[in-house]
Design a protein. Structure first.
Lengths: 454, 242
């Protein structure tokens, strides 16, 4: 049954839910590229008004991608928790927005398993930035491996000391710099320059040695392809977290070289290593609007709805960390600072609403119309929204991936401005090591010589 | 205990922006302005254009046929907004046949400067080390990686090697990426390719990049494919001395 809406005397018709969601999405270049965006501002608001009247229950009977064609759709249907959905099952999308804005944090948090990604995406499309911030801030998601991530009042940082040739000393210097600026409680994670198994294992060993030498209550990760990490685990490498980029359709995941079965196998393998001391959240996922279109695996669904579907994949595996790499994919998906800002807040909101430990790589590439001012704005908004973690890159300049993320300084500033703290175990460690007292000298307990920097 | 005791001493181990110091929790003015300058230069690099006659001249000593094509993209702004057009050949493109060869595509990608500087040096080392005969070199303007699929298909190539300008970063505005695709044809996905990135002085050297590409091409020939199934297990000792 099509949806219709009249705006200023013009009657707009939207053939199905997928089309309605796409036309209701605030403007972004990726949806225009896919040919699914609204053709005018009037069509967009018409779609938003029509979407606001759609009962949430409709999302349980009409899928945006047929289940027979897509294992992600089947996962979404199989995992839907009717009891958790009960408090909002009578609402429309518009009513749901009002409900979320008025609800207590515990009630919003309890909904997660009852919501499908498409419901989260739908309500986000009729929310302003302030709504996305306010509601996300109500969601509580706590995960554990060697520390506790996501407690209220905390803001964790992934220490990302990438090096263009995976040089162990270059990486170690980046790690130490980050630790000295209070970063690393989310994870110390390297994007390897190559997916070579030997080289990945060398970096894994080096990171584990640094963590062990300084007795840091955190986890390490080399963000290689899941199959490479599985091979490294088979060969006895010290793997804390299994990383993988994922998307919101079966075909997008196939383009990443993964399936639900493969991810399940990798998780079992990591759990068997029993390396977590406080918990067993062993997975780390990255996502980003536009990845499905980039792989020509979008089925005519808008990129933000597909991004939310990637979160259904993520939550199946109880991850320690999930982050959208919001500005990484480029201007053909998110053209400028305005589009990146909104997308980052949408992704964080949807991820949190669906129960994920959601972080954001606040970032941009040099071919996007964006700069440091845009990133400062997004980081500040996210910190207010209670983002679980952000990245920490030396001087905001990733010399391996050639893009700009948030610096260690940015993380410190966000914590200071908003009175946020590191994960408690990590904060205690920072104090024990004497970090933060001296802006020039390295505390003796963190002597670079201890990790091979002489 | 020996070794560095000052924060700024960390700078000697990496080109990353470590040991910057701080002003309160923020970066000091000099570090801040260094960053802004680097960003300004990178923005200009994105909009740089390929000097095709100079590139043809630099590639001539290889003795391979060199042809020039364009993607279906009309201009640079469209290139940024329409990657689909950057993956398709312009209707007028004429591509020679060289069945069973390893073909080369040299494309501007997101930074013409990187390709202009480094593609000839990498090819000079790679061409003599190929497991199959070299095909033509196709210089492609406003090209994306997947443009190599259509070009390779029309050549009838066993594999296509795409050398393409990587997105400029702040520290490096001239990085070259190299993508290998076995049995290229339209519709191949990125999971069916192998990538060697960050080729430039100060990153991966021409020698290392060419040796790695040759190793992967030999392994791909044995496996009959590239992509996630082809693991880069080239032993470190196989690299020539830097």
């Amino acid at each position: 049954m099509p949806f219709t809406q009249t705006i200023g005397g013009t009657r707009f018709v939207f053939d199905d839910l997928k089309t309605l969601l796409a036309r209701a999405t605030p403007l972004r270049s990726g949806d225009a590229l896919a040919g699914v965006a609204a053709g005018s501002a009037a069509e967009r608001i018409a779609a938003q008004r029509a979407l606001a009247d759609v009962p949430l229950a409709r999302f349980l009977s009409e899928t945006v991608i047929p289940p027979e064609a897509d294992e992600v759709t089947r996962l979404i249907i199989d995992r839907h928790d009717a009891a958790a959905f009960a408090p909002v099952r009578h609402l429309t999308v518009g009513g749901f927005r009002d409900w979320l804005l008025a609800a207590e944090p515990a009630a919003v948090t309890a909904l997660a398993a009852g919501l499908t990604p498409e419901m989260a995406a739908a309500v986000s499309k009729i929310m302003r930035v302030a709504d996305l911030i306010q509601v996300a801030a109500k969601c509580r998601v706590v995960t554990r491996f060697r520390n506790t991530i996501g407690l209220p009042g905390t803001l964790s940082i992934r220490l990302q000391p990438n090096h263009p040739t995976d040089d162990p000393r270059g990486i170690a210097a980046g790690v130490l710099d980050g630790l000295l600026l209070g970063a690393g409680d989310a994870v110390i994670g390297i994007n390897p320059a190559t997916d070579n198994v030997e080289s990945v294992m060398r970096v894994l060993d080096m990171l584990d040695t640094v963590r062990d030498r300084f007795a840091i209550p955190t986890q390490t990760c080399v963000l290689s392809h899941v199959t490479t990490t599985m091979l490294a685990m088979e060969r006895g490498a010290p793997v804390d977290l299994v990383f993988q980029s994922i998307g919101g359709t079966q075909a997008a995941n196939a383009a990443f070289g993964v399936s639900l079965a493969l991810l399940r196998e990798a998780r079992e393998q990591a759990l068997a290593l029993k390396r977590g001391t406080l918990g067993d959240n062993v997975m780390y996922f990255e996502t980003g609007q536009g990845s499905a279109l980039s792989a020509e695996a979008h089925h005519g669904v808008d990129q933000q709805t597909l991004e939310a579907r990637a979160y259904a994949v993520a939550r199946e595996f109880a991850p320690l960390l999930v982050n959208t790499v919001v500005g990484f994919i480029g201007p053909e998906y998110l053209f400028d600072g305005k589009q990146i800002l909104r997308a980052g807040l949408e992704d964080h909101f949807c991820g949190k609403l669906l129960g994920l430990p959601m972080g954001v790589d606040v970032c941009y590439t040099n071919h996007a119309e964006a700069d440091q001012d845009d990133m400062d704005t997004l980081l500040t908004c996210l910190a207010v929204a209670g983002v679980t973690y952000v990245m920490g890159v030396p001087g905001a300049d990733d010399v391996m991936l050639a893009y700009q993320s948030t610096s260690f300084h940015d993380g410190l500033t966000a914590r200071a401005m908003l009175g946020k703290r590191a994960a408690p175990e990590f904060e205690d460690w920072l104090a024990r090591m004497g970090i933060g007292a001296d802006a020039e000298r390295i505390p003796p307990r963190l002597s670079p010589a201890l990790i091979g920097l002489e | 205990m020996t070794g560095p005791a000052l924060w700024r001493d960390l700078r000697r181990f990496t080109d990353a922006r470590v040991g910057l110091g701080r002003a309160g929790t923020a970066q000091p003015t000099s570090a801040h302005l260094d960053f802004q300058e680097a960003h300004a230069r990178a923005r200009d690099a994105v909009w740089s254009a390929l000097d095709v006659p100079a590139l043809e001249q630099a590639l001539a000593p290889l003795g391979l046929p060199v042809v020039r094509v364009r993607s279906a993209v009309p201009d640079r702004r469209s290139y940024l907004l329409r990657p689909d057009l950057g993956r398709r050949l312009d209707n007028a493109a004429a591509i020679p046949r060289a069945p069973g060869s390893i073909a080369f595509v040299v494309a501007d990608g997101l930074c013409a400067m990187g390709v202009q500087r480094h593609a000839p040096g990498v090819l000079e080392r790679l061409v003599p080390a190929l497991p199959l005969p070299p095909g033509p070199i196709v210089i492609a303007e406003q090209g994306r990686v997947a443009l190599g699929d259509e070009i390779g298909e029309r050549i009838g190539a066993a594999a296509v090697v795409v050398l393409i300008g990587e997105r400029p970063g702040l520290s490096a505005t001239d990085s070259l990426g190299l993508y290998l695709t076995w049995a290229p044809r339209r519709g191949r996905t990125d999971a069916e390719r192998n990538c060697i990135s960050n080729i430039r002085p100060g990153g991966l050297s021409y020698d290392e990049a060419a040796a790695k590409a040759a190793w992967l091409l030999c392994a791909a020939r044995g496996l009959g494919g590239t992509g996630v199934a082809l693991k880069d297990e080239m032993p470190a000792t196989a690299l020539p001395a830097p």
